[in-house]
Design a protein around this ligand. Structure first.
Ligand code: DOR
Ligand code: ZN
Length: 347
């Protein structure tokens, strides 16, 4: 098979940033994706309905004439007002709320330290059907960074889901066999997004033969057995797994530093890599489910009507290298193998 037409995909986890980066990266995602769940971890974070409305306007202004729907999220803090969340969701402004454990990742300092302090918001969300997107890593300094996701499931996520059973939860950017297994055994209230980069790199790719800062992200890539478990989850057809690229641009200066930022800028090559992964798993017929159908089903949103056609060229595609932005160049994620699939048509 060298052509594949699917409903236009959505990206259920995306960082669009602000200012010069927003202006450069928003058109890249809008080229291939119809909608995206937009992460709220700006500096300062997007914590109120009013701030989400203002951010949505800045995103729209960066995309003149484009049909692209930013699905906004609110950054959960210990002072989040449940009424503001429910009103912002009821009006259609906000699609979900994001939980960052304080200190877990980029711009997460205002996140949640004590889940008991947000119990009221979570109960109101469960009642109103507002999904919670979760960055699933503990921040306990005594827990090894490679174990932080698995420990989070036992210490935080499972107790949280038992305490607020009606809450719809998306475990974002899962990286372990434990997370994939946990989602598989849970009920319909739990789903997970999987990134493109975690489907193709493991920690050895990042660290052997020299450190590759553009492979550094959070949660950090794990060992090969986990990558294989993620590929099995993504390509297996289970509707609880769907695409969230977590495309997270940082300038090269911020990445290639003594203390480099976490994040892989995958948006320009996400669909090319995804087609490669699904073809290698002999599962191209399941790509549409993962990229275009399972996400809207979980979020209770309509499927996209438009289509997109992927084509496979015999010669490898030139890698885009980096994207020029007003803040400096941003290196595009390179999977380390040649890509042949590309977007051929768009309707
Ligand atoms: O690698 C990451 N980058 N993981 C996150 O959770 C945040 C993101 C970012 O905002 O750069
Ligand atoms: Zn993210």
């Amino acid at each position: 098979m060298d052509r594949l037409t699917l409903r236009r995909p959505d990206d259920w986890h995306l960082h669009l940033r602000d200012g010069a980066l927003l202006a450069a990266v928003a058109p890249v995602s809008a080229r291939h994706f119809a909608r995206a769940i937009v992460m709220p971890n700006l500096v300062p974070p997007v914590v109120s309905g009013a701030e989400a409305a203002a951010y949505r306007e800045r995103i729209r202004a960066a995309l003149p004439g484009r049909r692209f729907t930013p699905l906004m999220t609110l950054y959960l803090t210990e002072t989040t007002d449940p009424d503001d969340v429910i009103a912002a969701h009821a009006s259609g402004l906000v699609t979900a709320v994001k939980l960052y454990p304080a200190g877990a990742t980029t711009n997460s300092a205002s996140g949640v330290r004590d889940l008991d302090r947000v119990r009221g918001v979570l109960e109101a969300m469960a009642e109103a059907g507002v999904p919670l997107c979760v960055h699933g890593e503990v921040t306990d300094p005594s827990v090894d960074i490679f174990d932080r996701e698995a420990v989070f499931i036992d210490r935080v996520l499972d107790p949280l889901r038992r305490a607020v059973p009606g809450l719809r939860v998306v475990m974002e950017h899962i990286t372990t066999a434990e997370a994939a297994g946990y989602v598989t055994t849970a009920g319909a209230n739990l789903a997970a997004t999987i990134t493109v980069h975690h489907l193709v790199i493991n920690r050895t790719h990042m660290l052997a033969g020299g450190i590759r800062p553009h492979y550094y992200c959070l949660p950090v890539a794990k060992r090969e057995t986990h990558r294989r478990a993620l590929v099995a989850a993504a390509t297996g057809g289970d509707a609880r797994f769907f695409l969230g690229t977590d495309s997270a641009p940082h300038t090269d200066a911020a990445k290639e530093s003594a203390c480099g930022c976490a994040g892989c800028f995958t948006a320009p090559v996400a669909l090319s890599i995804l087609a490669h992964v699904f073809e290698a798993a002999d599962a191209l017929d399941r790509l549409e489910g993962f990229a275009s159908l399972h996400g809207p089903a979980f979020y209770g949103l309509p499927r996209n009507d438009e289509t997109l056609t992927l084509a496979k060229s015999p010669a490898p595609l030139p890698h885009p290298g980096s994207l020029a932005t007003g803040a400096g160049p941003v290196t595009v994620f390179d999977p380390g193998f040649p890509l042949h699939w590309h977007v051929a048509e768009d309707t």
